[in-house]
Design a protein around this ligand. Structure first.
Ligand SMILES: Cc1cc2nc3c(=O)[nH]c(=O)nc-3n(C[C@H](O)[C@H](O)[C@H](O)COP(=O)(O)OP(=O)(O)OC[C@H]3O[C@@H](n4cnc5c(N)ncnc54)[C@H](O)[C@@H]3O)c2cc1C
Length: 336
């Protein structure tokens, strides 16, 4: 059996040169132990730029932050895993960057699972409730049963206190009159202070921490370690960087993406190209696209493809498949 070759520290995408030998390398054979030679110790791959940001707090919102605690793997680990599948000859067909882009386009996802990240995140409870819905990760949260919650709550800046959106029922849109904004912010401030005063009173009176915390609103902060592999991180980011997600979690997602991309710049480039900036079209959208190519207007194209733009009473729709198709066209038109 041929030995496993060690990764070369700092060798970037070429840390795992793949298949220049005549014989395919044997990485593991069921039932047989894998020999690790004494003269060629396995070295942990590292990305110097990422190592520099380990332990550094990146502020988000009023009291929050994201810290990269640790990572495992890099772009080369993705390539190495893929080449185990594809074997000899892959190298000559496409280079490492091309291979990663191919994997991303064709949703060959398991090589991306070879890269892992661990973050420390401090975030308001209302953001944490959205974040924790992503089940394909590991979380260990600060326990308000053991420890006293610090007096830190989120107070959005005035420009983030906006009118309820009519297009996105979960979102915010137009500006509000300044007096409404001021009133909301001052109410949030006083409610939070009152709540914390009651929490302190309860603790001082001997109420258990696990019960006293019921007094704290969702604007208060919590903290957790969060570990996730790159495939699942891409899924998280594709949902939480999207404009349909709440602004606050998008800010966290952007910070996580910034830190994670240093570890795997090529994979992130492909993610941005094919997922963040990519578009998918349904069958009727493809029909509408064909109508556009035949010279029809967007409205005619939607009509001919059965993508509704008006309600039964003739009023224009704010949401729905037709509106979303027009939004996709707008994204194409406004591409940099
Ligand atoms: C803009 C936006 C609005 C939202 N609004 C709401 C809302 O109003 N109410 C609400 O409750 N939630 C809401 N969510 C949360 C949403 O429904 C998902 O729970 C959340 O985005 C996590 O997505 P996920 O399950 O794909 O991710 P993960 O939990 O990370 O799972 C990743 C993938 O693993 C697979 N998977 C994991 N667990 C299972 C399982 N048990 N069964 C089958 N497949 C599984 C699925 O393929 C899944 O896509 C919203 C999310 C977004 C982004």
């Amino acid at each position: 059996m041929q030995p496993l070759r060690s990764a070369k520290r700092g060798a970037g995408l070429n840390a795992f040169p793949a298949t220049e030998e005549a014989e395919p390398r044997v990485y593991a054979r069921p039932g047989l132990p894998v020999a690790v030679p004494d003269d060629s110790p396995m070295a942990r791959v590292s990305v110097p730029a990422a190592d520099q940001s380990i332990g550094v707090k990146h502020p988000v919102l009023r009291h929050g932050f994201v810290v990269l605690v640790d990572y495992m793997g890099n772009d080369a680990a993705i390539v190495q895993a893929a080449r185990v599948s594809y074997g000899q000859g892959t190298k000559s067909v496409r280079d490492d960057r091309g291979l990663i882009r191919y994997l991303m386009r064709h949703r060959h996802t398991t090589p991306f699972e070879m890269v892992e990240y661990k973050f420390l995140v401090r975030l308001p409870i209302f953001v944490a409730r959205q974040w924790i819905r992503h089940r394909t990760s590991s979380t260990n949260e600060y326990s308000a049963r053991y420890s006293i919650v610090p007096d830190e709550y989120e107070l959005p800046p005035a420009e983030e206190v906006r009118h309820q959106s009519t297009r996105n029922r979960q979102g915010r849109a137009d500006p509000l009159p300044p007096e409404v904004v001021d009133r909301f912010r001052s109410d949030l401030d006083s409610v939070s202070k009152e709540a914390y005063a009651a929490y302190t009173r309860a603790l001082e009176a001997g109420v258990a921490r696990e019960t006293a915390r019921l007094l704290l609103p969702v604007a208060y902060y919590t903290q957790w370690y969060w570990k996730i592999n790159l495939h699942n991180l891409f899924h998280f980011l594709s949902l939480r960087l999207d404009p349909h997600s709440q602004e606050e979690i998008r800010l966290y997602a952007a910070e996580v993406a910034k830190l994670a991309s240093v570890v795997c710049p090529v994979a992130f480039e492909a993610f941005e190209e094919f997922q963040v900036e990519g578009l998918t079209l349904g069958k009727r959208e493809r029909k509408a696209m064909r109508a556009l190519l035949e010279g029809k207007s967007p409205t005619e194209a939607c009509e001919s493809a059965g993508l509704p733009l008006t309600r039964d009473d003739g009023k224009p729709m704010n949401t729905g498949e037709g509106v979303e198709f027009l939004e996709k066209l707008e994204r194409i038109r406004t591409l940099d």
